[in-house]
Design a protein around this ligand. Structure first.
Ligand code: BGC
Length: 280
């Protein structure tokens, strides 16, 4: 890409997606709802403390800054952190502190927002990862034309994340991957990690997902389910095994929904809203 003297960055934000296995960062075009250039990914250390998570985020941001400056998207690496920043976290973060995490349990109790601000030198707006992915899907993806309806977005991966929307508003921090189904929480039996651990085929996994989504139907009567997470790109192999009344749509942003939603959250100054806030 050619070098630009004055680089317009008003439509850009940084999205950070902290996951149970990988931490991904990317530059997000919040008008188009897509990544600019490639995302940078590092492994999230297993049994990571909050400090370990923050170190990983900082290292990934360093890689991103170098990549963006080289591509001419920003004038110099140190300009990256002048952009708004949002982060998606796989748990519940209230008033900047982790109060619940399905997998990254070592981080519970940590003041993650302060740690990220100290490490990056800027405010980092944080949301639950499924909420961030849901915001992206409702703004740019499979939920765009369904904003007036009641929509449940689920992300299937290491855990099961959920985001609840009604009339275009998010009810944040729903943890419906943790509803009890029999003796165990749902995500222990129905996540992608569970499918792999239990060596289930797609048909059997689909049958389990049917039980799960029927339970969500019974409790919430949604108008639409949106199925997300990296596995959505293989939806042709399992979608027909999920037998529920509610229409299902496959997420459009696939594995980038978390980063894009985090970027949108940053651009909206931490307000977890569907759509982009107009500047003015
Ligand atoms: C966490 C959720 C998260 C989901 C997907 C669950 O274990 O409790 O907060 O959204 O995994 O990462």
């Amino acid at each position: 890409m050619a070098e630009k003297a004055h680089v317009d960055t008003s439509h850009l934000a940084i999205g950070i997606d902290i996951g149970g296995t990988g931490t991904k960062v990317g530059l997000v075009d919040v008008e188009a709802g897509e990544l600019v250039g490639k995302r940078c990914r590092l492994d999230t250390p297993a049994d990571a403390s909050a400090e370990g998570i923050v170190e990983t985020v900082s290292a990934a941001l360093g890689d991103l800054a170098a990549q963006c400056a080289e591509a001419g998207v920003i004038a110099a690496p140190e300009h990256l952190m002048k952009l708004p920043v949002g982060a998606a976290f796989p748990g519940v973060v209230k008033r900047g502190t982790v109060v619940f995490a399905g997998n990254l349990t070592q981080a519970i109790g940590a003041p993650i927002a302060d740690l990220l601000r100290e490490a990056t030198g800027t405010a980092v707006h944080i949301a639950n990862d499924a909420d961030a992915a849901g915001l992206a899907e409702m703004t740019y993806g499979a939920g765009r034309k369904h904003r007036k309806e009641s929509v449940i977005v689920t992300t299937l991966g290491t855990g099961i994340g959920t985001a609840l929307f009604t009339s275009g508003r998010l009810y944040p921090y729903s943890e419906l991957g943790h509803i009890m189904m029999g003796e165990e929480v749902a995500e222990r039996q129905m996540s992608v990690a569970a499918m792999r651990r239990l060596e289930l085929g797609f048909e059997e996994w689909g049958a389990r997902l049917t039980t799960y989504y029927r339970e969500l139907e019974r409790l919430f009567f949604p108008d639409l389910f949106i199925l997300g997470g990296g596995i959505s790109k293989r939806s042709a192999e399992y979608l027909h095994h999920i037998d529920v009344k509610t229409p299902i749509r496959v997420a459009k942003l696939l594995n980038n929904a978390g980063i894009v939603g985090a970027g949108l959250l940053g651009a909206n100054q931490g307000r977890p809203r569907v759509g982009r806030r107009k500047k003015g």
